[in-house]
Every structure is written in structure tokens, then in C-alpha cells.
Design a protein around this ligand. Sequence first.
Ligand SMILES: NC(=O)c1ccc[n+]([C@@H]2O[C@H](COP(=O)([O-])OP(=O)(O)OC[C@H]3O[C@@H](n4cnc5c(N)ncnc54)[C@H](OP(=O)(O)O)[C@@H]3O)[C@@H](O)[C@H]2O)c1
Length: 316
Amino acid sequence: MATNKAVRLSWFGGLEALQIDPVAIPQVQDDEVLVRVAAASINPVDYKTRDGKFPPVTEDKLPLILGRDLAGTIEALGTRAHSMLSKGDPIFAHIGFDRGAQSEFVIVKAVELVAAPTSIDLVHAGAVPLAGMTAWQGLFDHGGLVEGQRVLIHGGAGGVGHLAIQFAKAKGATVFATAGVADLDFVRDLGADTAIDYKNERFEEVATQIDVVFDLVGGAVQDRSWSVLREGGIQVSTLAPPDPDRAAEHKVRAAPHWMAEPNAAQLGEIAALIDAGKVKVVVSDTFALDRVRDAYERAESGHVRGKVVLTFEAAG
Ligand SMILES: NC(=O)c1ccc[n+]([C@@H]2O[C@H](COP(=O)([O-])OP(=O)(O)OC[C@H]3O[C@@H](n4cnc5c(N)ncnc54)[C@H](OP(=O)(O)O)[C@@H]3O)[C@@H](O)[C@H]2O)c1
């Protein structure tokens, strides 16, 4: 365990700000585990942070290691780590903002991790945690989606959207999803009952009497979405919080600002859905750590089907 290469940000900027730096291997303490990372996904928050456009990360917080989620194996355990955990166990996790996941070795708190799904490899597992927590918490915790309801998911083919479609179907909802023309069959295959071409169709004419709008796109799409909600319905966004005054005009509700948070119990439910064959994880591209700039460039194109994943030596 001599080296620990990490994607480190020392200044805000473009792709050139992504540096692969040698950093110390963190010391494991108390209820923490040290994870040898096989895969860490790239999420929009990573390139927004790199650009200096993620407000919680100000210049005084630099340098920092990027990345919010990972899959790998346990390398070492703290003295108070869960007795059910052992060295070599495959796990996946969405980690707190005080650490970065795009590193060969990462400290993960026992409360953030669960056993990785057994039916997929660690590269696919690494694609799940943050997008999965966002889809789960957006639909169920903030949207209150229950069986039998109708949900409209904007951005159904992306990292969060492709999981949200499947979670909503597994819950027993009727799913409308917007996507580009090339992704309409893709979102149907994931379970969308109605796939809407966002460039050539007006979703307002197709999706009606919706209980929950899950907005992963923002801007005009969010504003146009008020009219599709049934009275009492709710709009939830992962971008700017929907305007409560506009919601009141339409006799519907606007979910307040929220951010996806690590939640091992929910991640465990997602792992079970994956192993039951009810949720498929789609990785569009993988890049080895030394191609981190290519990986970010691909992810921030905004036209990804599923997820972009950074792989580490431990992925084999
Ligand atoms: N608040 C939080 O905690 C949180 C957590 C995670 C993500 N987010 C935010 O949620 C957003 C989505 O994240 P993500 O990881 O899913 O992003 P992503 O993977 O980059 O999403 C890309 C997808 O969005 C589609 N898209 C773009 N414009 C669209 C439109 N007008 N209508 C329908 N689909 C459209 C793209 O389709 P095309 O290929 O056809 O363009 C592509 O499939 C990001 O802005 C991210 O910052 C917030």
C-alpha cells in the first residue's frame, strides 16, 4: 500500500484543473473502514465543483479530492467498525462532503456503506450510489410517490433518470419519461409506460393528471411542468427549487430545496432491487484513472445514457 493516487482539485477551472496527485493513504479510525476503490462515478456535482459553481465548495476548501460515490473492497477496519464487516468485502457507498471518492483508497464511514450487489461487477456498482440516492430520495422522500400514482420524469435517460424510471416502476407507479429521440426505446426498455421525445413533442400534451413531476433538467422545462400536475400534485427538482408561488397558482405543491444524502438503508434496498433483477444499472463509458479528463469531458457533455465511471487498478 505505498501509493494513493487521487483526482485532486487545487484551483477552480476546466479540465486542466483535474490533477492526479499522490496523497497520503488516510488512517482508519473508530467506525470507519478504508476502501480500496475499484470504481467511482462522475456526477454533475463533480464538474460543477471543479468549475467553482457548486456554492458549498468555496476556494478556502481547496485542495480537495473530487467524487461522491464509489465501489470497492474493504482494505482495513477501524476498531469500532461493524463486526459483520471483514477485509476484502465488496461494498458500495455514497460518501459525505468531507471526503472525495475519486481516489485509490478512501475512508468510508460504516453508516455510509452496504454490501455491493452480487449480480453486477464493481464498475457497475460504482455507478449507483449518488444517482441512486438522488432518484430514491427525490421520488419517495420528497415526492411522496406511492403505488398507483403517475410520475413524469424529465431527463429519463441520464444517470439519475434511468434509475428513477426503474424505481418508480418497481413501486407500481405509471411512468412518463422525457428523453432525446435516440433514447426513447432505451427509456421504454427501462419500464417507462410513455416515452416522450423532448425535442419534437410537447410533454404537456402527452403527460396529464400527474401526481409527481421529477425535474432533472430545470429551466423552462420546470416552469412548463406546472400544468401537467393534478390538483395537490408536487414538483420535485434536483436543480433550482420550484417556485412555491407558481405552485400555489396551480393548486399544486413545490418541494423545497434538498440535496441527496448518504443513506445506507436506502442503498441496501437498491442493492436488493438490482439483485432481484428489477433494476438495471447502465454504464455508457468507463475510463481508467489516467484518463480522468476524458471521463469528465464525456460526462459533462450532458448527453450521456446512464453513467460515466472512472476505474482504478483494483477493478482488474
Ligand atoms: N440535488 C442533488 O442532490 C442532485 C443529485 C444528483 C444530480 N443532481 C442534478 O440533477 C441533474 C441530472 O443529473 P444526472 O446525473 O442525471 O445528469 P446527466 O446524466 O448528465 O443527464 C443527462 C441526460 O439528460 C438528458 N436531457 C438533457 N436535456 C433534456 C431535456 N430538455 N429533456 C429531457 N432530457 C434532457 C440528456 O439527454 P440528451 O442526450 O438527449 O441530451 C441525457 O440523457 C444535474 O443537473 C445534476 O446536477 C442534483
